[in-house]
Design a protein. Structure first.
Length: 343
């Protein structure tokens, strides 16, 4: 089934992504007087990554409270519903074109197209893979990113392994080390190739030190053992130039390897457009209004660059919502006073 063509629905604003950036942008645009807004999100509920972050530490700046991720998401979602802003969940965006036509699909409508006067791309971030690991050709099961494990444990109720090794020490890796310990797993070791922990001191103390999880700094995984399922990893010590020190190899038995991967903007859809991308952030380049090279297409939140906190993402979304509302009002005025003289 396909729904599109001459009768294609046009919205003032289409927001792609229902995380803190997209929700905050839509809420603020509505407060600025823009009525015709819709949010599209691929998950079954709004809130984005916040829903799987069940630890607290969110909202101290925006809400002046110490909230969990789901509580933070609920605050934004409740405000969105109070403002009667429509949204579509379980809806996957397949394509965006330069004319701000969005092609999407869900089980109720099939494939459909809608058009925007202005489009806000707030699709968040994704985890990168770690290409340095020499995984056996049979690609044994049991290797996960920390974000995937976070969803398994906190939403799906599934613990992937009883004796994991964690590679990487960003904040999500530190948090998941402690979460797994709470669930009864024995975290064999946390390994970080750098000579220092990458996450913040608070998360190190709260989620790693508190559970007496051992740490090896300046080590890396060089081999994964196992056929159908991982059975262990080989690690090696690195010198100050990140070169392997021969003779320091050590085998560690484990039943899963959890990788604290780097986050990068989710840019698969936006990078197809004629938009200048930024090599440093891996997101698009925007002006001071968060507008890209294409007039009327705006990007904010982690889809633009990786932010330090959900509060930073929300603030960026709010500012984008204000800018987009101004854009829509100026656009309507141009149309009204133009040659065709209609709103």
């Amino acid at each position: 089934m396909f729904n599109g063509g001459k009768d294609m629905r046009t919205y003032d604003i289409i927001v792609i992504g229902g995380g803190p950036a997209g929700l905050s942008a839509a809420i603020e645009a509505k407060k600025q007087g823009i009525e015709d807004i819709i949010i599209i999100d691929r998950d079954d509920s709004l809130g984005g990554i916040l829903n799987q972050c069940i630890h607290d530490g969110f909202g101290m700046e925006i809400f002046n409270e110490n909230l969990t991720g789901p509580e933070y998401a609920e605050r934004l979602t409740t405000e969105l519903k109070d403002l009667n802003i429509p949204y579509k969940t379980n809806t996957v965006v397949l394509d965006i074109d330069n004319n701000k036509i969005v092609t999407a699909v869900n089980k109720n409508q099939g494939i459909f197209k809608i058009k925007a006067k202005a489009l806000i791309y707030a699709a968040g971030a994704r985890e990168t893979t770690n290409s340095k690991i020499n995984v056996n050709k049979n690609k044994c099961a049991g290797i996960y990113t920390a974000g995937t494990v976070q969803r398994f444990v906190n939403i799906e109720g599934y613990v992937p392994g009883k004796n994991p090794v964690i590679l990487g020490s960003n904040n999500i890796a530190l948090i998941m080390a402690g979460r797994l310990a709470i669930e009864g797993t024995i975290v064999k070791i946390l390994i970080e190739p750098q000579q220092h922990i990458l996450g913040n001191e608070k998360n190190l103390k709260l989620w790693v030190d508190a559970f007496d999880i051992p740490i090896k700094l300046g080590y890396d995984v060089i081999e994964v053992e196992g056929k159908e399922k991982i059975t262990g990893v080989t690690v090696v010590k690195l010198d100050e130039n990140n070169r392997r020190i021969q003779g320091t190899e050590e085998y560690i038995a484990c039943d899963s390897l959890i990788i604290g991967s780097k986050l990068v903007p989710e840019n698969n859809l936006i990078k197809k457009l004629n938009i200048t991308m930024c090599k440093e952030t891996m997101g698009p380049k925007v002006n001071n209004n968060f507008e890209t090279d294409i007039t009327g297409i705006f990007v904010c939140g982690n889809a633009l660059h990786i932010n330090e906190s959900a509060d930073d993402v929300s603030r960026e979304g709010k500012e984008t919502g204000i800018n987009v509302a101004r854009f829509i009002k100026d656009l309507d005025l141009e149309v009204y006073y133009g040659e065709e003289n209609y709103v």
